[in-house]
Design a protein around this ligand. Structure first.
Ligand code: UD1
Ligand code: CA
Length: 462
C-alpha cells in the first residue's frame, strides 16, 4: 500500500527459546523467523523500520539493504521498542503498521484487510485480533459495549479476563499523529515492569480515540513463537502449506506426513516425491523428476527428468537432465553430474564433474576428478585424491574405460578412449587410446590341483 510504513519489532530476547541465538534467527521451514515479517512488510508497504536488540549482526544481515534499522539497547518492552523507531518515522504522516517478528504465518490478504479497514474508518488504531480456543499466554482484548477499551496481558489478567477468547495478535495499524503522544504516556505498571505497546491502545481509547479491531479468518495465522514447542507446531502448519502449494502446482507428493520441503525450494510439475524425503536450503528441482524414498537434497539443483532411486544424499551439487542416481549415492559439495549420466549404488562424489552419459554403477569414490562424456567407471574404482597432506586432481577423457577394482592415484590424466585394466593401481598418465595394466601376470600351473589331491590321498592317516 502506497505510503505505508511498517515497524517490525525484533529486539526481544526470546528468553523462552533458551537459546544462544536471537529468537528471530531460528528457522521455520528453512527461513529465519524474521524473514517472514520482512517479506510481509515488503509486500504490503513502502518503508520498513526494524527494531533490533544489541548484538544483532545476524538479524541485520537477514534484513539487507533498504531496511531502516534502529537498536533498542535496553529491552524495556514492546511500547519502548516502537518508540525507538520514532526518529526514523518523524516524516510519516500516514498510517504506521506494527508487526511482531514472531508471528510468521500471517497472510498478505489479512494485513491488507487490516490496513484497508483502518483507512476507511479513520480510527486512531486498528487491531488485528483472533478468536481462539486456547487464549492462554496471549493478551486479551477487552471490550465495552462492543468497542475495544484496552488489552490486558495474560499475566496481568483477572480470572474473568482470562476467559476472553479474543486475543491480541500484536499486529496493529496506528494513526501516526496519535501514536507517539500515546506511547509517551505508557508507564511500566505491570507484572513485568515493561512499557507495553498494548497500553497505548487503552490510553487512546480513554482519550476518546476510536479503536477498531478485525479478527483473522483463520486463527492459525495468529499463532506466535515464544518457545520451541510452538516453533515445531508452527513448522508443521507451514510445512503442510508448502506441500499444498507444490501439489496444487502439479507435484505429486505420496506421503505429505513424512515429506519435508523448505519454503525456499522450487519444484517443477509432474515430479513425483516418495515418502520420507527432505528437500531444503533453496534446492531447485526440475519437472518430471522422481525423488525416491528417503532422499535428502540440500542446496542442490536437479534438471528435468532426473531419477533419484531411494536414499540418495545430495549436497550443494548440480545434476543435469535425465541423470539416474542411486540407490544409496552420496554427492558431497561441488559435484556436477552431466545429462543422462548414471551414478549407481554406494558411490560417493566430492568435487567431481561427471560428463554426459558417463556411467559409474557400483561402489566407488570419485573425489577431485573431472570425467568426460560417455566414460565408464567400473565397480570399486577409487580416485585416490589424498596423499595425507594435499588433495590432487584427476582428469579422465571422453569415452575412457576404467576397469573394476582400480585405484587411480592422483594427480594424473587418463586420455580419451583409453582403457585401464581391472585391478590396476594407476600412478602414471595413460595416453589417449592406450591400455594401461598394472598387476602381476597370472601364472597357470596345469594339473597342480589334481596332483595335490593325489598326494594328500597317498599320505598315511594319523
Ligand atoms: C505480545 C503482546 C500480546 C500478544 C502477543 C501476540 C505485548 C505487551 N504483548 O506478547 O498482547 O497477545 O504478543 O503474539 O505487546 N520486543 C521488542 N522489544 C522488547 C520486547 C519485545 O522488540 O523490549 C518484540 C519481540 O521481539 C517480539 C514482539 O516484540 O517480536 C513481541 O514480544 P514478546 O515478548 O514475544 O511478547 P508476547 O509475550 O508474545
Ligand atoms: Ca511473542
Amino acid at each position: 500500500m502506497h505510503g505505508l510504513t511498517t515497524v517490525i519489532l525484533a529486539a526481544g530476547e526470546g528468553k523462552r527459546m533458551r537459546s544462544r541465538q536471537p529468537k528471530v534467527l531460528h528457522e521455520l521451514c528453512g527461513r529465519p523467523l524474521i524473514s517472514y515479517s520482512l517479506r510481509l512488510a515488503r509486500m504490503v508497504g513502502d518503508r520498513i523500520v526494524l527494531v533490533v536488540g544489541p548484538n544483532a549482526d545476524g538479524v541485520r544481515a537477514v534484513a539487507g539493504d533498504g531496511v531502516g534499522i534502529v537498536e533498542q539497547r535496553e529491552r524495556l518492552g514492546t511500547g519502548h521498542a516502537v518508540l525507538q523507531a520514532r526518529p526514523q518515522c518523524e516524516a510519516v504522516v500516514g498510517p504506521i503498521l506494527v508487526l511482531p517478528s514472531d508471528v510468521p504465518l500471517l497472510s498478505v490478504e489479512t494485513i491488507e484487510r487490516l490496513v484497508g479497514h483502518h483507512a476507511t474508518t479513520g480510527a486512531a488504531a486498528t487491531l488485528l485480533t483472533a478468536i481462539v480456543d486456547r487464549p492462554h499466554g496471549y493478551g486479551r482484548v477487552l471490550r465495552q459495549g462492543g468497542r475495544v477499551k484496552r488489552i490486558v496481558e495474560d499475566r496481568d489478567a483477572t480470572d474473568d479476563e482470562k476467559k476472553v477468547s479474543e486475543i491480541n495478535t500484536s499486529v496493529y495499524c496506528f494513526d501516526s499523529r496519535r501514536l507517539w503522544p500515546a506511547l509517551e504516556r505508557v508507564r511500566p505498571e505491570n507484572d513485568q515492569g515493561e512499557y507495553y505497546l498494548t497500553d497505548a491502545i487503552g490510553l487512546l481509547a480513554k482519550a476518546g480515540g476510536r479503536i477498531e479491531a478485525i479478527a483473522v479468518e483463520d486463527p492459525e495465522e495468529a499463532l506466535g513463537v515464544n518457545d520451541r514447542r510452538q516453533l515445531a507446531a508452527l513448522a508443521a502448519i507451514q510445512r503442510r502449506r508448502i506441500l499444498d502449494r507444490h501439489m496444487l502446482a502439479g507435484v505429486t507428493i505420496m506421503d505429505p506426513a513424512t515429506t519435508y520441503i523448505d519454503d525456499t525450494v522450487t519444484i517443477g510439475p509432474d515430479t513425483v516425491i516418495y515418502p520420507n524425503v527432505i528437500i531444503d536450503v533453496a534446492s531447485e528441482i526440475g519437472g518430471d523428476c522422481v525423488i525416491g524414498a528417503g532422499c535428502q537434497i540440500r542446496a542442490t539443483r536437479l534438471g528435468d527428468r532426473v531419477s533419484l532411486k531411494p536414499y540418495c544424499v545430495l549436497t550443494e551439487s548440480v545434476i543435469d537432465n535425465g541423470a539416474v542416481m542411486g540407490p544409496f549415492c552420496h554427492l558431497r559439495p561441488k559435484s556436477h553430474v552431466g545429462e543422462n549420466a548414471e551414478i549407481g549404488n554406494f558411490i560417493e562424489l566430492k568435487k567431481a564433474k561427471v560428463g554426459r552419459r558417463t556411467k559409474a554403477h557400483h561402489v566407488g569414490y570419485l573425489g577431485d576428478v573431472t570425467i568426460g562424456d560417455g566414460a565408464n567407471i567400473g565397480a570399486g574404482t577409487v580416485f585416490v585424491n589424498y596423499d595425507g597432506a594435499a588433495k590432487h586432481q584427476t582428469v579422465v577423457g571422453d569415452g575412457a574405460f576404467v576397469g573394476s577394482n582400480t585405484s587411480i592415484v592422483a594427480p594424473l590424466t587418463i586420455g580419451e578412449g583409453a582403457y585401464v585394466a581391472a585391478g590396476s593401481v594407476i600412478t602414471k598418465d595413460v595416453p589417449a587410446d592406450a591400455l594401461a595394466v598394472e598387476r602381476a601376470p597370472q601364472v597357470v600351473k596345469e594339473g597342480w590341483a589334481a596332483r595335490r589331491r593325489e598326494k594328500r590321498a597317498a599320505k598315511p592317516k594319523e
